[in-house]
Design a protein around this ligand. Structure first.
Ligand SMILES: C[S@@+](CC[C@H](N)C(=O)[O-])C[C@H]1O[C@@H](n2cnc3c(N)ncnc32)[C@H](O)[C@@H]1O
Length: 511
């Protein structure tokens, strides 16, 4: 059988757990079991690494596995001859087949390293996704418009459902996004409702050869009996065995339900800044995500004249293949160009007034050298309307913007004192310094109303305006906000604790 491609491996999360890590997971789980009959289960068992370690450590336990890939399942059967290994898809019926073969008595030990792939293949299968959402009651658990994205999240919910009805322990390696990613706060909350978290080990980034993913171990116990505080340890590869990392008890708080302990100093700063100020998105009420042209090859260029000439030629071309050749565009772009030309209401000629500077902001790296280009900004050429122009409101037009990112580390911020657009870059946002009054009071949707938007006013809350009065104007406030975000206290203390999940409170009084 040919070896699977790196991409196929990534999608199926086929990264097998190195033996020392398997042993470490097992040894973290064992102290949480109570004596008696035991069934060990791995619902994504690969070649059987966890089940064979369990067979050695727990010779009397029953062993059950499920695996999507038939070849891996055969390898698991060879590695664990006493085990019962099913071939099946845990997220499309295989889970229930696995549960049906588990004995009714005793405790269960769920071990494993379920797939994590960034975006679950299930999200591209609406029928199966809907069925799983219904089964897991996700529509009630998740805020509207959010999804779980990653396979391991679905596996965890299924296993927690099981262990809310059966006594047992779960010890899994997963992506470390479980610990504190903003997206997974509802997942953490749901898991904490059902199970008692006992241990967390942050494994860092390089445990799996060939993958840079950050991973962790979490150990959970079904509810009932004493529930001591969970313990957290951060492990650094190469600095001694896992047990040598210091274990600290910690508490878990709403709203992020983070599984990382928060240093006291970060808690103190958060409380002080909150008391003396406002969250950044209240202080600066209007900010937008960056511009996504969806067609940079056509609509972005270092040279503004070449850009106008190219857009003009595109709009007038009778032969788009000849157009790609003449303008050095890859022939693979032809279908995209043809689709764009079919958009109703396109202009027939390019308008040089649509050209704007385009600042290739790169998050924490700021504006790299050569980061200045030009884009052609005409909403008719940006299908699906995914850009930041709402009716008559043009947030790109102003000459001063606060550029920053939210809920993503490292937190970055800069004051851009030049006209032009900021491209979409991960969680980058930009806030124009001056905005129409009605946009400030009613939000960007007021741009669609077709009625006058009022005079330009500073993009600041009343507390921000009072701050501006004291320090010499709104531009100075924007400068101070950028400096504050880049300060050592924010970068080194607040951001590691809260930067992925909270909006930064900015102290406006005494600043
Ligand atoms: C990260 S690997 C871990 C394998 C094994 N537990 C280990 O640690 O070595 C994940 C495994 O899950 C399997 N898998 C992926 N999606 C699955 C699904 N929906 N149902 C069952 N198994 C799945 C993959 O084929 C792969 O063997």
């Amino acid at each position: 059988m040919p070896a699977p491609s790196a991409e196929a491996r990534r999608i199926r999360g086929e990264y097998f757990t190195p033996p020392p890590l398997v042993e470490a997971v097992l040894s973290r789980a064992l102290p949480h079991l109570t004596p008696g009959p035991l069934t060990v289960v791995d619902p994504a068992c690969g070649d059987g690494a966890f089940l064979s370690a369990a067979a050695r450590a727990l010779p009397r336990a029953g062993l059950h596995g499920l695996e999507l890939d038939a070849a891996h399942a055969s390898a698991a059967r060879r590695a664990v001859p006493a085990g019962q290994i099913l071939v099946g898809d845990a997220l499309r019926g295989g889970w229930d087949a696995l549960l049906r073969q588990l004995p009714a008595e005793g405790e269960e030990l769920w071990l494993g390293n379920p797939p994590y792939n960034g975006t679950s293949p299930l999200l591209r299968d609406p029928v199966a996704y809907r069925a799983l959402r219904e089964r897991l009651g996700l529509d009630d658990a998740l805020p509207r418009g959010t999804s779980l994205r990653d396979d391991y999240a679905f596996f965890l919910l299924l296993a927690s459902e099981r262990l809310s009805r059966r006594a047992g322990v779960l010890a899994w390696v997963t992506s470390a996004t479980l610990l504190d990613a903003f997206l997974y706060a509802p997942l953490r909350e749901r898991l904490l409702e059902r199970l008692a978290l006992r241990e967390v080990v942050d494994l860092g980034a390089d445990v799996f050869p060939g993958a840079r993913v950050r991973t962790c171990i979490t150990v959970w116990r079904s509810r009932g009996g004493p529930e001591p505080s969970p313990r957290f340890r951060a492990w650094t590869r190469g600095v001694g065995p896992l047990d040598s990392a210091e274990a600290r008890p910690f508490r878990i708080h709403a709203p992020e339900w983070s599984f990382r302990p928060v240093p006291d100093e970060a808690d103190r700063l958060e409380a002080r800044w909150r008391a003396a100020g406002e969250p950044l998105d209240v202080l600066v009420p209007i900010s937008c995500t960056g511009l996504k042209t969806r067609f940079d090859e056509l609509l972005v260029d270092d040279d503004p004249e070449r850009l106008v000439a190219r857009v003009d030629a595109f709009l007038g071309a009778s032969d788009l293949r000849a157009f790609t050749r003449a303008h050095g565009l890859h022939p693979g772009l032809l279908p995209k160009l043809e689709a764009l030309r079919r958009t109703p209401g396109l202009p027939t000629r390019a308008d040089p007034r649509a050209v704007r500077p385009f600042h290739r902001w790169a998050g924490a790296r700021g504006l790299p050298p050569g980061g200045h280009a030009h884009c052609y900004l005409d909403r008719r050429l940006i299908p699906r309307g995914d850009h930041r122009l709402v009716g008559a409101f043009d947030p790109h037009a102003g000459h001063c913007k606060l550029v920053f990112n939210l809920r993503e580390l490292p937190l970055a911020a800069a004051l851009l004192e030049a006209p032009g657009c900021i491209p979409a870059h991960r969680h980058t946002r930009f806030a124009p310094l001056m905005i129409p009054e009605r946009i400030r009071t009613e939000g960007p949707r007021a741009g669609r109303s077709g009625t006058p938007l009022g005079p330009l006013v500073p993009n600041l809350s009343p507390a921000g305006l009072a701050w501006a009065e004291r320090v010499g104007g709104p531009r100075e406030v924007f400068r101070r906000i950028a400096r504050f975000i880049r300060s050592a206290e924010v970068q080194e203390v607040w951001a590691p604790a809260f930067g992925r999940t909270r909006v930064l409170p900015v102290p406006v009084r005494n600043s």
